[in-house]
Write a protein that binds this ligand. Sequence first.
Ligand SMILES: [Zn+2]
Length: 270
Amino acid sequence: MPARKRYQHGCAEGMRVGRFNLGINTTFIVYRIGDTLFDTGPSNQWPEVARFIAEQPIRQLLITHHHEDHSANAAAIAAQYGLTPYAPTQALNKLRDGYPTPWIQQLLWGKPKPVVTQAFPAHLQLADGSPIIPVHTPGHARDLTCFHLPQQGYLFSGDLYLSKSIRYFRIDEDLSQLMASLRTVLRLDFDTLLCPHRGPVEQGHRALQTKLDNMRQLCSHAQSLQQQGLPLAQIVKRLLGKEDMMAYLSGHNFCKTNLVRSALQVTDLS
Ligand SMILES: [Zn+2]
């Protein structure tokens, strides 16, 4: 059964969509404040997303990163509202040219749709003039950019948060960068995370600090097991349990071994 759920947090509205309602990894929340839209939802949910957006026409679309659950409706939105979406500079070529995705992602989200986007301007703001500050936070993806709204106390976190403790990693994720990005956003002032998978998270600072602490702990455990001579597969099994369906379904694009392999390379455990 498809996922449909509305959210309201202060001035932020959200709509959760998804072809399969199998938890936060298979569903996505499109957020809006007034005429500003944050990410687009996946292409196989376009009719539902289009209805949500049509409730109040939008002036600008901000994309956190190129992954298809975040960006794949950008082309349709750009055509419908006559706008050029804003996206991180590292994403512009991928978004314009398209990119291949594994079959499991195509089943969950549909295919990415190529779209012409533009880099963030020097000043971004909501309709009321309050600032939106893009903060580059690589690690989950090279282009991942969060949006800090200091006046509202919000951080639109893209895929920086997801959960206080993660067990799987994409093959192209980098835990050193991800931990550095967590330290970057922890220096900002905000109360609430607006996570497109988890939903609004109150006490967002504490949630991100807990994630950083958990990642640091995973790194030190993994590194001490390696020093004791354990091979990678044994370290994975000891810390996160055996690989499961997720690894097989994704062809090891998304698995526990990727996370531990990256944890063994982290040198800054601050
Ligand atoms: Zn992502």
